[in-house]
Ligand binder design. Structure first.
Ligand code: TAP
Length: 474
């Protein structure tokens, strides 16, 4: 049992002014595995005060020193690999191999990438008589979701530290244990006091206090659209900058010349990864109408390659939903799909056979989906695929763009011209062609209602900087 009843403020673990605790539950076993303190607005005030006090010297820290700090963090992070993998497997229910290869790895790469980027990052620029200087934005409030406990937190932290901003972090109360290990990692890595502050608690208390705090300069949020707009509203009170990484309803366009079995494999992988709890999940599979029967057969053939079950088992591809609430939400979307006339090809409601304990869902596939059906419009955050069909490539692009979201898109096939046409015409922040691997230096963020701003690499660092122009610089 991991009990953390303190907050990490100004480089030390301190008592909260609150006394209530929040249980952390393993979604695969439904057992309580830890407790965190349910912090208070006063805790946030103290954390902001510490971050403010640390800002002047941290923002002026030499770049070489900041690179060293990020490299030390990456080293200490690697030293804690076993703990991080274990904790993410338990608090999120992420299968152990995915915890290692995806969850753990993504967090690490953000620190390494930020250190690399800093080696060539231009903080100043002379344009004739004008001198441009990029300065750290100040105190940043970071509010993160539970679906990638290391990745979501580390991308923001790596960018903030690289830019010279100090932070107050509120991780999701469902997966707070990873961030607690991060606090220990930063301390070992030689983080100056007050640069990193961690305040645990609920979104309605801590998140609200951060987004409406008058001494926070920037709020970087990842999560749902409804909370994102609440944060904008709060930040509007004193014109705070916000960056929002919100949801998606990403399309995967399969071309006529694609290998059908490979295409089906790609489609299942991109919808079942992390139990569908991925903002970039490819939940709308858009295929040529003539391919439908063959594609559905291929889906049924490849599904057994994605075993659902115990996250501790190395053979498991997909674990449970993060919580009972999330499980119920996914169930209700599956019901809605059936009610609205989509054809159930695989999966369905209820738990997979033999997995009655834990919040497990079946990988569910619907065909004959129309763009106006709820399952094709709303972010489900579960392993539910909607298959839609097209007759021309222009129609495929039109369907792909028929969404309020624009976070990601995928295209799969062979003809370079068609791949390029689809990739360049989908209105979204990141397009993946034929399972290209992750690029940590590429910008990550959304068009339309998928958000504002970009994370990752130098684009992420820019978010934590303010450009200042000095005209007639002597
Ligand atoms: P959210 O409620 O948006 O949670 C994200 C973060 O915001 C958490 O740390 C949460 O705190 C905090 N928060 C909640 N209310 C807040 C408020 N009023 N002010 C400031 N911060 C607040 O997401 P969720 O409830 O976990 O998931 C709901 C749906 O959001 C999912 O089904 C999915 O569709 C979407 N979602 C999207 C993403 C990405 S990556 N785009 C990630 C997660 C969820 P606590 O949860 O600790 O209370």
């Amino acid at each position: 049992m991991r009990n953390y009843t303190q907050q990490y403020i100004n480089g030390e673990w301190v008592d909260s002014t609150g006394s209530e605790t929040i249980d952390v539950i393993n979604p695969a076993t439904e057992e309580v595995i830890g407790k965190i303190i349910s912090g208070t607005k006063e805790d946030v005030d103290r954390a902001v005060e510490a971050a403010r006090a640390a800002f002047p010297s941290f923002s002026r820290m030499q770049i070489e020193e900041r690179i060293k700090l990020l490299e030390n963090i990456a080293k200490e992070y690697e030293n804690r690999k076993d703990d991080l993998v274990k904790v993410m497997t338990e608090e999120l229910g992420s299968p152990i191999t995915r915890s290692e290869q995806v969850q753990y790895e993504m967090g690490l790469q953000h620190f390494k990438e930020a250190a690399e980027k800093l080696k060539t990052f231009e903080f100043t620029e002379q344009r004739g008589d004008t001198f441009i200087q990029k300065e750290a934005i100040g105190v940043a409030g970071l509010i993160t979701p539970w679906n990638f406990p290391a990745n979501q937190v580390c991308t923001k932290l790596a960018s903030a530290f690289a830019a010279g901003s100090t932070v107050v972090l509120k991780p999701a109360a469902m997966t707070p244990l990873t961030a607690i290990i991060l606090a220990e990692i930063f301390e070992k890595a030689g983080m100056p006091k007050g640069v990193f502050n961690l305040v645990n608690g609920s979104g309605s208390t801590i998140g609200e206090a951060i987004s409406s705090h008058p001494d926070i300069d920037f709020v970087s949020f990842t999560g749902s659209g409804s909370v994102g707009s609440k944060i904008m509203e709060n930040a509007a009170q004193d014109i705070k900058k916000v960056s929002l990484e919100l949801g998606g309803k990403s399309p995967l366009v399969i071309l006529q010349d694609a290998n059908v079995k490979e295409a089906a494999r790609t489609a299942v992988l991109n919808v079942a990864m992390n139990t569908g709890q991925v903002c970039t999940a490819a939940t709308r599979t858009i295929i040529p109408k003539s391919m439908q029967d063959e594609f559905i057969e291929a889906i049924k053939e490849v599904l057994p390659e994605f075993p659902v079950g115990d996250p501790q088992d190395e053979a498991t591809f997909m674990g449970p939903q993060v919580s009972e609430g999330q499980w119920k939400t996914v169930q209700s979307y599956i019901e809605k799909g059936m009610d609205e006339g989509a054809v159930l090809v695989a999966g369905g409601t209820g738990k997979p056979e033999g997995l009655e304990k834990g919040y497990f869902t079946k990988i569910t596939v619907f065909s004959d989906v129309k763009s106006d059906m709820t399952i094709a419009k709303e972010e489900i955050f579960g392993p539910v695929m909607s298959i839609l069909t097209y007759e021309t490539i222009d129609e495929a692009i039109e369907i792909a763009n028929d969404t309020i979201y624009g976070l990601a898109g995928y295209v799969f096939g062979q003809d370079p011209e068609q791949l390029r046409k689809v990739a360049t015409n989908i209105r979204a922040g990141q397009i993946t062609v034929n399972n290209a691997k992750i690029d940590y230096s590429a910008p990550f963020g959304g068009f339309k209602q998928s958000g504002i701003g970009r994370e990752w690499g130098d684009y992420g660092i820019e978010e934590f900087l303010e450009p200042k122009a000095i005209l007639g610089m002597p």
